[in-house]
Design a protein around this ligand. Sequence first.
Ligand code: AMP
Ligand code: GLY
Length: 463
Amino acid sequence: MSIQQNLNTMRYPVNNQPEKSPFNAGETISEQTEKLSVLLLGSGGRECALAWKIASSPRLEKLFIAPGNGGTDAYGENIAISPLDFEAIADFSTANNIDMIVVGNEDPLVAGIYDYFSTREGSPLIVGPSKAGAALEGSKDFAKQFMVRHSIPTARYQSFTAETVEDGCNFLESLKAPYVLKADGLAAGKGVLIIDSLDEAKKALREMLDGMFGKSSATVVIEEFLKGTECSVFVLTDGNGSYRILPVAKDYKRIGEGDTGPNTGGMGAVSPVVFADKEFMRKVEERIVLPTVNGLISEGIVYRGFIFLGLIEVDGEPMVIEYNVRMGDPETEVVMLRIASDLLPLLEGAAKGNLSDMPLTEDPRYATTVMVVSGGYPGNYPKGKPICGTDNSTNAILFHAGTKREADGTLITSGGRVIACSAYGEDIDKALANSYAAADSVTFEGKYMRRDIGQDLKKMRKA
Ligand code: AMP
Ligand code: GLY
């Protein structure tokens, strides 16, 4: 493998984007001529952004997305295979000479896709952790134990099952309000309850242990509430001790402006994050990234992929709220814009275990994304609404999430989060203006968006 050369004067046109677009992001040229065929798994805005970035690589032979959505087909070929159907993925990979599988969402990772392919001869490379590593997201109890074992700063906690429910109530009494209760297993982003009253918290604990989230809440983690501002740090690691920290982002989880109302998958994101300055990131690397990467190695856990650190800044100190084992959504829709380097060799380096000498350069501009969602989301919402106004302008790029293209070419809504409108700007205001102009031009019945993405960060800006 030859080393990547960063030739800042070189530009590679990205599929379907005009020459003068600010989105010709592939600035790294490789001497390496070997091309890679890639299969990307998933169907959200995150996968659309990953597909956009991967498609800009001069190293790409062909990109397939399984199953993809109404926007990913601009960057590769959508394939109607479920990311959880490992046998179908294996057959497709063999038939299409796939060199590398990039796993976008957590479900296949938690279900063991890495282990499935690593035991089959001639399998493609996998970007993602083994099943043991995916437990960092698949089990909050495992993640907390891991953090304690490696002295990684996190909220004080204890875990409880139906047998120890009374101990759980006693533990709640020892904490101050609000009370944080988490289903141990995957619960589609809904398994965390934050409750103000002690009685309500005890009631919720019993209900969770009684199957509120099915098997996922057979164990419940109770932890102390941390007050601070959250940010998302992404690390790409090769399982051999080398890693790259990607641009930091902040997402906006609540449906309502001013962070009110129920949690969603994420209503928008911004990168960079003003408080995640050099000093903060030094602490993150020293106290969280290094012990995590080295802890995985020391425990013999194979991990060649993305680690998502959900962090909270408490009085200037970073603490871990959660681990995820994939990129964030909608954070990816800004992080991909801010990676100036070619991502494909980095993904290959992570999957092969040789990331050590590969550069990752950041784009200095701001990137923002505003998610347009279906009215009613995150509760019930209608699907199948025709979407207009999605032509990419030169000032924004639309990453499709819940969209589907009908046989006659009509684009319709197919999910709660519909399209992430991402844009660059020299400052946060310019980026937001571009994102909102695009979000305003997208139309479908019942469309909703938050109007305050990034406003909290602007207030934090040092004058
Ligand atoms: P999680 O799925 O663990 O990320 O939790 C979902 C959201 O709940 C987080 O993004 C936080 O906003 C909030 N949260 C989780 N744990 C805590 C905590 N210990 N203190 C304060 N907020 C929390
Ligand atoms: N945006 C948070 C997540 O992807 O889990």
